[in-house]
Design a protein around this ligand. Structure first.
Ligand code: ZN
Length: 492
């Protein structure tokens, strides 16, 4: 891999067959947003791309949890032209096109993770950082010009960019971006919010998240064997599942979230969820075989040493550089995998299983227990079992209370600490005023989102006369966390 610097931007390149491929990568993604500004990075990307004329060579741009990429391939002069145009656009973004691009963004499926992974990340990290993967945010038409400018200033400059190329930099290549300081991520690493638990969500099948080292070869190997066993049992043997997937997301401080998920044939969600936990326990107890490890190692060798993977490998190195992390090349990673013994893989998996978060489809009930007998509890929003005695109490409309026992048991309370709700089954939800991620305004209604993933809908249909509750919320919540529901979405 070759290193150069052009206009203050590191350039990593390695030769590969085919046309010249380029990726201009910024260390900025959805995890750098907040619930209030969710989608702003994607909007910046769209605004920049909207300035390009019609181009006939391959080009694209994307935003994931960590990175924003402007990519293209073609003749060297086409690559030079494309990268110059992208840099020029980022230096003078057409802010007058925000309204139009907001509509385009709403039409696009901008999900940054599979739904199980997204839910698991939000269960672990809350409504911040990686946890934002599960959220749609306020809608692109509710992103302010100030948020766009702030994002540009903080992230889209020469100090937070790396260019990767599958050949030497072509003659005349310039990357004219404003100078800037690399964002300091030390203070913004999301705290690890929650340990092991399970919960139900609207997902197409179960998933599991294990917290561990980002470069832990033993855990990576064990997780790969685990996913393969699920493929063998749920798909090939029993025909319950179409797809088994997984991801490893960077949580900062050299740690990562390993997720494995699978879908379930309709009506078999319970069976597939039990199977997932059964296979996890089996691996933690009985371990893996030498043959299984060798199989996974061969699979990774095949991918990592394929010349078509050159651009992805360069991108991997670029991300490590942007985040101040150690880059290990493919031979070093393969050496580390070769050193993993079945016993090390089993221990790494068993240790990580103590951090397990489990998500299952709504309606599925599980009672997972760790190998040492420790139960994995069902997630509860709060430890409170009663509503507070102080504060104003709101009940559902009288007509509902007369007709439905659920309405008779539902209560809302607003007090100095925040908003509270009691569900008919007795579960208490609570969003403290000092822990609010955002408040959505829908006419008289307020949807109050807490950073812990708990939210309380304060709406007339549920509470009846909510005027006093609305006034208390409006008085307590800072204006910059409040937005009006998007005009681009239907009120559901
Ligand atoms: Zn809750």
């Amino acid at each position: 891999m070759n290193h150069e610097v052009i206009d203050g931007i590191p350039v990593l390149w390695a030769p590969a067959p085919g046309p010249l491929e380029a990726e201009l990568i910024f260390g900025c993604g959805a995890r750098d947003e907040t619930l209030r500004t969710l989608g702003v990075v994607h909007l910046v990307e769209h605004l920049a791309m909207s300035t390009l004329p019609r181009l006939h060579h391959d080009h694209n741009a994307s935003v994931d949890l960590e990175l924003t990429r402007f990519t293209c391939s073609g003749q060297p002069e086409q690559v030079v032209d494309y990268l110059g145009r992208v840099c020029a656009a980022l230096s003078e973004l057409p802010l007058d096109r925000i309204d139009r691009e907001a509509g385009v963004l709403e039409a696009e499926d901008g999900r940054v993770a599979a739904s199980q992974t997204a839910e698991l990340l939000s269960h672990r990290y809350g409504v911040q950082g990686l946890g934002l993967a599960a959220y749609r945010g306020p809608g692109a038409d509710r992103i302010t010009v100030e948020a766009v400018q702030d994002t540009l200033f903080r992230y889209f400059h020469a100090g937070n960019a790396v260019l990767v190329l599958t050949g030497p930099p072509p003659a005349g290549l310039r990357l004219p971006l404003p100078a800037g300081a690399r964002p300091d991520r030390a203070g913004t690493r999301p705290a690890l919010l929650s340990g092991r638990s399970w919960r139900q969500e609207d997902v197409p099948g179960p998933g599991i998240a294990l917290h561990g080292g980002l470069a832990d070869a033993a855990l990576m190997a064990a997780v790969a064997v685990f996913a393969q066993r699920l493929r063998d049992s749920a798909r090939h043997d029993r025909g319950l599942t179409y797809d088994v997937g997984g991801s490893l997301d960077n949580a900062g401080a050299a740690t990562g979230e390993h997720t494995v998920y699978l879908d379930a044939r309709e009506g078999r969600e319970q069976t597939v969820s039990e199977l997932l936990w059964h296979e996890a326990l089996r691996l933690a107890r009985d371990g893996v075989t030498e043959a299984e490890l060798a199989e996974e190692r061969e699979g990774m060798r095949e991918v990592w040493t394929d010349p078509r993977n050159t651009i992805a490998e360069l991108g991997h190195a670029a991300a490590r550089l942007l985040f101040g992390e150690t880059y290990r090349d493919a031979p070093a990673r393969l050496d580390a995998l070769t050193a993993v013994t079945p016993d090390r893989a089993r221990r790494a998996f068993a240790d990580a299983l103590r951090t397990a978060l489990l998500v299952v489809p709504c309606g599925v009930e599980v009672s997972p227990v760790l190998p040492d007998g420790t139960p994995v509890p069902r997630h509860r929003c709060t430890h409170h079992t009663e509503l507070p005695a102080d504060g104003e109490v709101f009940k559902p409309p009288l007509a509902d209370r007369l007709r439905y026992s659920a309405a008779r048991k539902t209560r809302f309370v607003v007090n100095h600490a925040g908003v509270w709700a009691r569900e008919p089954d007795g579960e208490i939800h609570h969003v403290p005023f000092d822990d609010i991620a955002a408040v959505e305004v829908r006419g008289p209604a307020r949807i109050v989102y807490g950073r812990s993933t708990c939210f309380v809908p304060v709406v007339p249909d549920l509470i009846g006369d909510i005027g006093a509750a609305t006034r208390a919320i409006d008085a307590a919540v800072p204006a910059h966390l409040v937005y009006h529901a998007s005009a681009l979405r239907s009120a559901d």
